[in-house]
Design a protein around this ligand. Sequence first.
Ligand SMILES: [Zn+2]
Length: 306
Amino acid sequence: MQTTIKTPVSFEGVGLHSGKPARATILPAAAGNGIAFRRSDMVLDHAMIPALWSNVRQSPLCTLLENRYGATVSTVEHIMAALIGCGIHNAIVEIDGPEIPILDGSSAAFVRGILSRGVQHLGTPVRALRVLETVEVRRGQAWARLTPHDSLMIEFDIEFEDAAIGNQKKILNMSNGSFVRELSTSRTFCRKADVDMMRSNGLALGGTLENAVVVDGARVLSPGGLRHDDEAVRHKMLDAVGDLGLAGMPILGHYHGFRAGHALTNDLLCELFSRPRSFETLLCDETTAARLPGVGVHWGEIPAVA
Ligand SMILES: [Zn+2]
């Protein structure tokens, strides 16, 4: 059955890019609504921004959505990943400006907030998207691919010059709450050289050593070090879960990203939806529904983080 959050939950922090205070509230929504963002600082007719792949606008560092009236919301991927990973199909995320707060750079606080309110089951079956044939997109050396599978598998490879990250590879099945246990606490990461460049260009003004893992060669500059040895690849998998959530329904398929990022994952969804024979949508029976992300997740499974 489709789900929503039982009662509203709010998050306060700063926007990664603006550095300005930002407040987001996840509100319950009816079956069939899907996930949408709503700008509380805009007139109601123009304020709704559905969380869909077709609303993604190119942005270098995050996933940015824009509706047909020009209303935007940026850095949606970590709250999207938390909603998908907790098995929430319908919600309105109300936001008081153009950016979702970055919090600690992971999905941990969003997951904790959602699970503290609980998941409400609605009386309508879930519609899922099943991948039927391989779809692949490339940009330079990077590529992303979807192949058929009976649940959502996420696989990722990264290759970084900085020895603190290096080459990392991981594959996980997103059934049975593994998003919450394995991925939700892994933070955004970046290289010190990139931080310096962004700052000098007036970008990432809200970025700190507390909301991103900053590395310089073999050194991790953020206090407390890493939450996992392979935190970087886990975060890329978290981003992929959030970006794939913009399909508008749970995906049954195996995603593999090689040095991929937000733009490439969105290219992949565009390619998928441009090829109607590469997928089908289906109402989930009990067996399929039991394999969706978030099924069986409970409060006690949230990993403790510093
Ligand atoms: Zn991210």
